[in-house]
Design a protein around this ligand. Structure first.
Ligand SMILES: [Zn+2]
Ligand SMILES: [Zn+2]
Length: 277
């Protein structure tokens, strides 16, 4: 029987203005239940440490829920600049009780359009994300902010053929070695109106190469309004297309989450995972 993931680990809310006013915790959970999601994670942005207290409003609303649906309190991290770090650390995780972290690059960090440099910068930050022991999931590889391109008058990123196969293989290997899940993201990649059906086809081929290297995958809608939550089903379909078994689908506190430091010495050091259930 085909495994049905029934999870969504990338959802935004209204609390930090990441999403619109429809995205309140009880409404999100109701809609997820209607769609058939049994486990979900709320992951609003943490770009700087200034708004951390706003995340606690999300945590309070999760704790007040009366539901059989498992709801996790997560966070989405962004780099503070090109080749910089994430604004996140173990103390913040402990103090605020984040149960998992997803993260990735949200800018080109380029001053001028250069397709090769564009892809190289993304790839470098993908690997850097995987090697961060506090990040469980690399979000939306090769999603680009359309506004950044439009504002600069740059041509759209429209083909995954710009990404060398060796980059996909290397990412799959590093993700497997560091136990970082690669995200299959519905709204940013698979159903993004900025991308053609050809891009989506190529994107699934890219994910297939990563899967061939033994990486695990996380599934996320990246919904910013209540209607978008249903898009998670597209991510589930892609997981099915990739023939991912249950052990290849990341869940918080699953073996996939046992992050390992990058292997620089020939011996691997497991990073302690705090169980704050
Ligand atoms: Zn993002
Ligand atoms: Zn997001």
């Amino acid at each position: 029987m085909t495994y049905k993931p029934q999870c969504d680990y990338h959802i935004h809310t209204k609390y930090l203005c990441c999403a619109d006013s429809t995205m309140e915790i009880p409404a999100i959970v109701r809609e997820c239940e209607r769609i058939g999601v049994t486990t979900l994670g709320i992951t609003d942005h943490l770009n700087t440490l200034d708004n951390l207290d706003l995340h606690l409003l999300i945590k309070e609303d999760i704790e007040a829920l009366d539901t059989k649906t498992k709801v996790y309190f997560g966070v989405e991290l962004n780099f503070t600049g090109a080749d910089e770090q994430f604004a996140y650390n173990a103390d913040v995780r402990e103090q605020y009780g984040f149960q998992f972290a997803i993260g990735g690059i949200h800018s080109t960090y380029l001053n001028a359009y250069d397709l090769k440099a564009l892809v190289d910068v993304q790839h470098r930050h993908h690997l850097k994300t995987c090697c961060d022991p506090l990040v469980d999931v690399l979000v939306h590889p090769y999603w680009f902010n359309k506004y950044e391109f439009d504002n600069n008058g740059w041509p759209c990123f429209e083909s995954m053929q710009a990404v060398p196969e060796s980059y996909a293989r290397e990412l799959g290997q590093v993700a497997r070695e560091t136990h970082t899940a690669i995200e299959i993201n519905a709204c940013a990649n698979l159903e993004n109106p900025a991308y053609s059906s050809q891009y989506v086809k190529e994107y699934i081929a890219y994910l297939t190469i990563i899967a061939g290297e033994g990486a695990c995958f996380a599934l996320g809608s990246d919904a910013h309004n209540i209607q978008q939550l249903g898009s998670i089903q597209t991510a589930w379909q892609v997981a099915e297309q990739l023939h991912l078994t249950a052990d290849r689908i990341w869940q918080p506190k699953s073996p996939c989450q046992m992050k390992l430091l990058p292997d620089t010495s020939g011996t691997r050091t497991p990073v302690q995972v705090v169980d704050d259930a």
